[in-house]
Design a protein around this ligand. Structure first.
Ligand SMILES: [Zn+2]
Length: 309
């Protein structure tokens, strides 16, 4: 992707080099344990990794702990503390990544302001927080291993750029446009919030069955992929930013992070009832539809019969 020299967003907060410690008992402490295990895991040798995995599984089994809870954190209760990571100094590559993220965010703002204005709608830019390790959000403590996400409550995208290394190593999805797709997908969630779709879907939680709610969630996710495609379409028109292979990078990324693929990675088999993002095929298809059409109205994933998504 050609990205250098364009306007960068002023809605990006740099929280790199700080992290959050503590936060009181229960789940927050769980989050801290998870972070510690994660750090040990990342630094450990192959043998250490194996011992850690077996140890954690055994401990969870013995003490009847849900392993996921080790990585969960919630705010409230105790007080959490923002501390600086004294030895934090971004490398040249990390700094370049930060500049890239600010440019991508700026591109998204330019493109979406234009598309929304053409539809007679007002665009309000999302905020983006770039952090390292852990950071606090109004919805709890964000942890690097959660991956990037959009928090509708404060219209903010949270990202620890180390996610992109994981994308490359674990999911074999590399390239700067794979990263652009990830950011554009999160901005897509912001567009859905502005269009009132997020509240509509979230309002159904608890009113319909878990399976039905998961299906709505898949529709929301596939639409965010579609909107990422719409961004690519208009970005190319305005900035001519695509280089050879960029769309393929985005498609490979969409394929790599489809629910069926991720589930296969972690469980060895696929359970469609648990899908909340869509399969690899569906994610690729909706991104491509958005890229080819460039019009919001062609992406009504809520109108298509579920098995035809
Ligand atoms: Zn999403």
């Amino acid at each position: 992707m050609r990205w250098k020299g364009r306007k960068q967003s002023s809605n990006v907060e740099d929280r790199r080099g700080t992290t959050v410690r503590g936060g009181g008992g229960g789940p927050v402490a769980g989050g801290a344990i998870g972070s510690l295990l994660f750090a040990l895991f990342r630094r450990g040798s192959g043998k250490t990794k194996l011992i850690l995995i077996v140890g954690v599984i055994a401990a969870c089994f013995m003490f009847k702990i849900n392993p996921i809870s080790l990585f969960m954190s919630t705010p409230g209760g105790g007080s959490s503390q923002v501390v600086s990571q004294k030895d934090y100094q971004p490398t040249a590559a990390e700094q370049e990544m930060f500049e890239y993220l600010k440019t991508l965010k700026g591109d998204n703002e330019t493109i979406w302001a234009k598309i929304m204005a053409a539809e007679g709608l007002t665009y309000r830019p999302a905020k983006m927080v770039v952090y390292t390790q852990r950071t606090s959000t109004p919805g709890g403590i964000a942890d690097a291993q959660m991956g990037p996400f959009y928090l509708p409550a404060n219209e903010t995208i949270y990202i620890d750029p180390s996610f992109f290394s994981e994308l490359e190593q674990r999911f074999k999805a590399k390239g700067d446009f794979a990263q652009a797709y990830v950011i554009a997908h999160e901005v897509g969630h912001h567009i859905q919030k502005l269009l009132g779709l997020t509240d509509k879907v979230h309002g159904q939680q608890g009113r319909i069955s878990k399976t039905e709610y998961n299906r709505l969630s898949v529709r929301l996710e596939l639409q965010a992929d579609f909107l990422a495609g719409v961004f690519a379409h208009h970005g190319q028109e305005k900035f001519n930013f695509l280089e050879n292979g960029d769309i393929e990078e985005a498609m490979r990324c969409a394929e790599a992070i489809g629910d069926d693929r991720i589930q296969q990675h972690s469980h060895g088999h696929v359970q469609p009832d648990l899908f909340t993002h869509g399969t690899s095929e569906q994610r690729k298809r909706w991104f491509m539809r958005g890229y080819q059409s460039g019009r919001i109205r062609d992406g009504n994933t809520f109108d298509v019969p579920y098995n035809e998504l």
